[in-house]
Structure formats: structure tokens, C-alpha cells
Design a protein around this ligand. Structure first.
Ligand code: GTP
Length: 317
């Protein structure tokens, strides 16, 4: 290993659907004169986020066997050592965590002497979803942990809510992490200059309150099928079900094929549903990942039934 200088590390955390990938794509554009690598951590066997990173970006390391903060530390360490051994040494490493990861736990790795020799943890960026944060925070301890660990909290989707809500969110953030920088954002826009500021001397890595290993109550189910979808019906069913069950289904994402085998990207957060055609994405199957609490295969199957044109198959991950 021959390192001329350390690799800058930016950890991007934030609850499910808050806008981490969107923000990462903006940052990659701003850092495009430098050599960048990305670690994408996602649950399950398919990594939808890795496919959503700006088209031509090749240096993505995918960690898909669990949540980086609690179950795949070894895989993270192996990936870091692969990055250090790359012939073409990167300037920056961006780590996008799962929506429930404890950024403090991940950051703690970068304080170990061995890793700190090669990597310089610059910022923990936590993205919060202005529309859903106040709802999610009470039922998910992960939300607080992510804010507590942040050097910079990005309040994304900020134009979707009234100013009073933004003020409440800021108060909440400051009440649990008074040292963090807060940036308002829309569509994940974050100026890289906001990352150039000095961190407060008091950076929370692993707050004592949260010392015990978390057991995430959030479950992920993958739905995979060779059957084709009626896109209009699917949109209607997702709207209808999220209106009723948004407190249980936090996030749906994936790709579905319509009757002409055209590919559509499906993304839901809160009660918002987006289904958009995707060009240049070859898929032979539809794959949807459901993330939430008390999810059951049967309920999801029921949810999708009327939108499916042919037979399907479930797989739990
Ligand atoms: N209206 C609106 N939608 C946004 C904004 N930022 C992101 N989105 C949408 O929110 C959804 C989730 O965005 P992502 O960037 O994938 O969120 P994420 O945090 O990476 O999601 P996970 O990795 O699944 O936790 C996508 O449909 C985005 O297009 C925003 O500022 N306003």
C-alpha cells in the first residue's frame, strides 16, 4: 500500500427515503474533477441505490448483506482495504448508508489507528425529510441517532412544508445535537462549500445513550416477479395503500416492467408515489423492495395483486 495522501471520507446517512442518493448524485457532480469512489450499503440482495448513482459512475462498491452499522462490519473493512489497494488512488470516498444505519457506529471505524492512517473522515452528513421527520422521529430511534452523529444535517424537501414546520425541525435537531450545522435543501442540493467548514470540536461518534447495539425493528421484503404490471393500476394501488398504511410501509423502491416490457422506476416515501419510465435500463424481472414495520408478504401480495398482469413469486430477504 503506497499512499501519498489520505482519502477524504464523507458518510451520508439519513432515514429511509430522505434523499441520500439524490444528494450524493449532486455531490458527485460537484466533485467531478477529483477521483471518487462510493460505498453503497443497502439491505437485501438487490441494490437499487447503486443503479441510481449517476449513470456513468463506475466506482461503486456495493454492500448488500445487511446494515453496515451492525451486521457487516467485516465487509466494510474488506472494502476499505480494497479501496486503499486501488491502483488509481481516489481523493474521496462517499459512503451512503442504509436508511436505518447508525452513522456514529460507522464513523467509529474511522477513528481506529489502522483506518485513520489511510482515511480522513471529513463529515457525517445526515439528510432529513422535512415532510416526514416529525412523524418518523417518535417511532424510530434510528432517526435521532443519525442526527446525533451528524456534523451537518441537511433538511431536504424543505419547500414541501410550511416555515413553522422547518422551525420545529430545527428546534428538534438543535435539542439533540446543538453542535451540528443545519442546511436547508431541496432535491438534495448541497453546496460542497458547506462541507469545507471546520467540524465542531464536539463530534458525537457513539453517544453513550445509544451505546447498546440496536436491533432494527424495520424489516425489508423483496418482491420479484417475471410478471408484468399495469402501471396506472399500480400507481393507484400504491397511493391508496400508502394513504392508509404509510405508518407501516416507509419505503418502496425498485423497477417494474409494463406490458411492453418497458422499465419503470418506482419510488415511494411517506404518502408520495413516483413511477417514472427509465431509459437504457435492461431488466428481465420486476423487483420491488418494501421497507417498513410489521410487513407481511401476504399483505404486500394483496396490495399488488390487481396491478399484476401475470404470475408472481415472493422472496423474503
Ligand atoms: N419532492 C421532493 N422529492 C424528493 C426530494 N429529494 C428527493 N426526493 C425524492 O424522494 C425519493 C427518495 O429519494 P432518495 O434520494 O432515493 O432517498 P434515499 O434516502 O437515498 O432513500 P433510501 O436509500 O431508500 O433510504 C425519490 O423519489 C426522490 O426523487 C425533494 O427535495 N423534493
Amino acid at each position: 500500500m503506497k499512499l501519498s495522501k489520505k482519502i477524504n471520507v464523507y458518510i451520508i446517512s439519513g432515514f429511509l427515503g430522505s434523499g441520500k442518493t439524490t444528494l450524493l448524485n449532486h455531490l458527485l457532480k460537484q466533485f467531478n474533477e477529483e477521483k471518487n469512489v462510493v460505498i453503497e450499503n443497502e439491505f437485501g440482495k438487490i441494490n437499487i441505490d447503486a443503479t441510481l448513482i449517476n449513470g456513468a459512475f463506475e466506482n461503486v462498491f456495493e454492500l448488500t448483506n445487511g446494515c453496515i452499522c451492525c451486521s457487516i462490519n467485516n465487509q466494510l473493512l474488506e472494502t476499505l482495504s480494497r479501496i486503499v489497494s486501488l491502483e488509481n488512488q481516489p481523493d474521496n470516498l462517499f459512503i451512503e448508508t442504509t436508511g436505518i444505519a447508525d452513522a456514529g457506529e460507522i464513523a467509529a471505524h474511522f477513528t481506529s489507528l489502522f483506518i485513520a492512517k489511510a482515511f480522513d473522515l471529513k463529515k457525517i452528513i445526515t439528510v432529513v425529510d422535512a415532510e416526514n421527520l416529525l412523524f418518523y422521529k417518535d417511532s424510530n430511534v434510528e432517526v435521532e441517532k443519525q442526527i446525533v452523529a451528524a456534523d451537518c444535517v441537511v433538511i431536504n424537501k424543505s419547500t414541501l412544508v410550511k416555515t413553522e414546520i422547518i422551525e420545529n425541525i430545527k428546534d428538534f435537531i438543535q435539542s439533540i445535537n446543538p453542535y451540528t450545522t443545519i442546511v436547508l435543501s431541496e432535491n438534495g442540493l448541497l453546496d460542497r462549500m458547506d462541507l469545507a467548514t471546520e467540524n465542531s470540536p464536539k463530534t458525537f461518534i457513539s453517544d453513550a445513550i445509544y451505546k447498546s447495539k440496536s436491533i432494527h425493528k424495520i424489516k425489508t421484503l423483496m418482491y420479484e416477479t417475471e410478471a408484468l404490471f399495469d402501471i396506472q393500476n399500480l400507481k393507484y394501488e400504491l397511493f391508496r395503500n400508502l394513504y392508509l398504511y404509510y405508518h407501516q410501509i416507509y419505503r418502496i423502491k425498485g423497477y417494474v416492467l409494463n406490458s411492453k416490457k418497458e422499465v419503470f422506476l418506482v419510488q415511494t416515501t411517506g404518502k408520495t408515489v413516483e413511477i417514472n419510465p427509465v431509459e437504457n435500463q435492461k431488466m428481465t424481472k420486476s423487483q420491488l423492495v418494501f421497507i417498513g414495520k410489521e410487513l407481511e408478504l401476504k399483505s404486500i401480495e394483496r396490495l399488488l395483486k390487481s396491478s399484476i398482469i401475470k404470475k408472481k413469486k415472493f422472496q423474503s430477504v
